[in-house]
Design a protein around this ligand. Structure first.
Ligand SMILES: [Fe+2]
Length: 188
């Protein structure tokens, strides 16, 4: 289940309806898909895309997405930290950033035009769509792993437009998911 941390106020929202309301007002799509449809033994890109084909088609029709792939990273991924450095600096895209989490967890920071900053911690079953043009950055949670479906409008895929603001350095990527309760001091 997703957590939204309204960073500057310290308020954390966990209630599903409240989360949907908060994000919806900011034009951020959040959905829950049935993660139990896929077992842990069939997590190839092919199997994942086939299992969620109907959901992908539905959201693609709404958002104009033409391409889907699966990103799969864990602590053994070569050059993991240098890869994460690209995600961890504030940027925007010319298209929506759409992710459906299959495994692992991560934290998106959103920086609105009203100068509000909040984080959205995503876990398996969460779909988040950061609208085109929205300033944001991303980091992994403590387990340093994620498997996620990515949807794109443009076949050129993930193109970041960095703002260079440095605001990302002012916020700690602390995850509060159930797996971290009692162990927050170790969170990245
Ligand atoms: Fe991004």
């Amino acid at each position: 289940m997703v957590n939204v941390n309204i960073t500057d106020s310290g308020k954390i929202i966990r209630d599903h309806d409240e989360v949907c309301g908060f994000l919806g007002k900011r034009n951020i799509r959040y959905e829950r898909w049935d993660i139990s449809k896929i077992s842990s033994s069939e997590r190839t890109q092919e199997a994942i895309l086939a299992t969620f084909n109907e959901e992908i088609e539905n959201i693609s029709n709404k958002g104009g997405y033409t391409t889907a792939d699966v990103i799969n990273i864990d602590p053994k991924t070569p050059n993991l930290e240098s890869m994460l450095e690209k995600f961890k600096r504030e940027h925007r895209h010319s298209e929506d950033e759409v992710r459906f989490i299959i495994d692992g967890s991560g934290i998106f920071f959103i920086h609105t035009e009203q100068n509000e900053v909040f984080s959205v911690e995503v876990e398996p079953g969460d779909l988040l769509s950061v609208p085109a043009g929205t300033k944001h950055w991303f980091d992994l949670c403590q387990d340093r792993r994620i498997i996620a479906i990515r949807l794109f409008q443009d076949r050129s895929g993930w193109v970041p437009l960095y703002t260079g603001s440095g605001i990302d350095g002012k916020y700690e990527p602390v995850c509060f998911g159930l797996s971290y309760i009692g162990n927050r001091g170790d969170s990245p």
